[in-house]
Design a protein. Structure first.
Length: 320
């Protein structure tokens, strides 16, 4: 047994059987003299129901899952090259919906049906796997201990979302298009100097001021939007951190409850054995007491018979 095979077996069992299976595998590794492997196995975390359901997909619906991950790779490539995303988005939605239903069926067949929250977490994990290559690798491996999610609409590795139909275009490409457009726009022919009426200083200055005010307003609006976007991003990151901490605490509490439940089961088993042993001892004592009472009665009757025999012998001796 090696770590990969042990982890593969462990994350394939329902969460309710995780602790017992982990203990058995760790003990087998310890019995084989591999204490380092036993320690690594003992440190593996019990999966949530939703994470276990995604692991089931990696084992029992690997082909469909791989098609979704391939579409995710195409989406990331299209985002980087500026290609169209419409058809890929439709494929992703169709595959995610199908895989969520498959996960629900597999979990129900294994005796651990998924509730609405767990199904949402399965969907979030599959969506995240299409936009983050690292999460895709974790999902493909089938050893998740908790669900995954991806914040925002931009695939991992891309700093900002595309706009105005220029999906994923490189900044230099945008600049080049702007320069080409500018080159095509020829300035209007200037009228001869003698035919152009002289402008009053106020008339010449007013367009410049208006243009400056327009630029200033746009700059302030852009800055305000940027500040708001940054504030929302920080709030989202803080919410993600709080969510991760609460999930970690919930997972730790779940593990403790599972281990405590296993310990209670063991103690109850020992208690049942002790009660059975006590009852058997009580029955044996009762039977021994009954046997002793009968023996005492038999001894008393024997003594009485002996005394009677002696008295009869004495009477015969006197009359003889």
């Amino acid at each position: 047994m090696d770590f990969s095979s042990a982890a593969g077996e462990l994350y394939g069992v329902p969460p309710s059987g995780f602790v017992a299976t982990r203990k058995r595998l760790a003990q087998e590794a310890k019995d084989a003299g591999d204490r380092a492997l036993a320690k690594r196995i003992g440190e593996l975390r019990r999966p949530t129901l939703s994470a276990w359901a995604v692991n089931l997909l990696a084992r029992s619906a690997a082909d469909d899952l791989e098609r979704l991950l391939d579409v995710g790779a195409e989406i990331r490539a299209a985002w980087g090259s500026g290609g169209g995303l419409g058809d890929l988005e439709q494929q992703r939605a169709r595959l995610v919906g199908s895989l969520v239903r498959t996960a629900a069926d597999l979990a129900a067949e294994a005796g651990a049906p998924l509730r609405e929250q767990a199904l949402r977490e399965v969907e979030d994990t599959l969506q995240a796997a299409t936009v983050d290559a690292d999460i895709a690798g974790e999902v493909r491996e089938g050893r998740l201990s908790q669900p995954r999610s991806h914040t925002g609409f931009v695939p991992a590795g891309f700093p900002m979302a595309p706009r105005n139909g220029e999906e994923g275009a490189e900044p230099k490409a945008k600049e080049k298009k702007a320069e080409e457009k500018k080159a095509k726009e020829k300035p209007p022919a200037k009228a001869p100097a003698r035919e152009r009426p002289a402008m009053e200083p106020a008339e010449a200055e007013e367009p410049v001021k208006a243009k400056g005010r327009g630029r200033s307003n746009v700059t302030r609006t852009s800055a305000a939007r940027a500040r708001r976007a940054e504030t929302l991003r920080r709030r989202a990151e803080a919410a993600d951190r709080r969510l991760a901490e609460r999930r970690e605490r919930a997972e730790a509490a779940s593990r403790e409850a599972e281990e405590a439940s296993a310990e209670v089961g063991r103690l109850r088993h020992e208690l049942d054995r002790a009660i059975a042993g006590r009852d058997a001892a009580v029955r044996r004592a009762e039977r021994a007491a009954q046997h002793r009472a009968r023996a005492e009665e038999e001894a008393r009757e024997a003594r009485e018979a002996a005394r009677e025999a002696r008295r009869a012998a004495d009477r015969d001796a006197r009359h003889g």
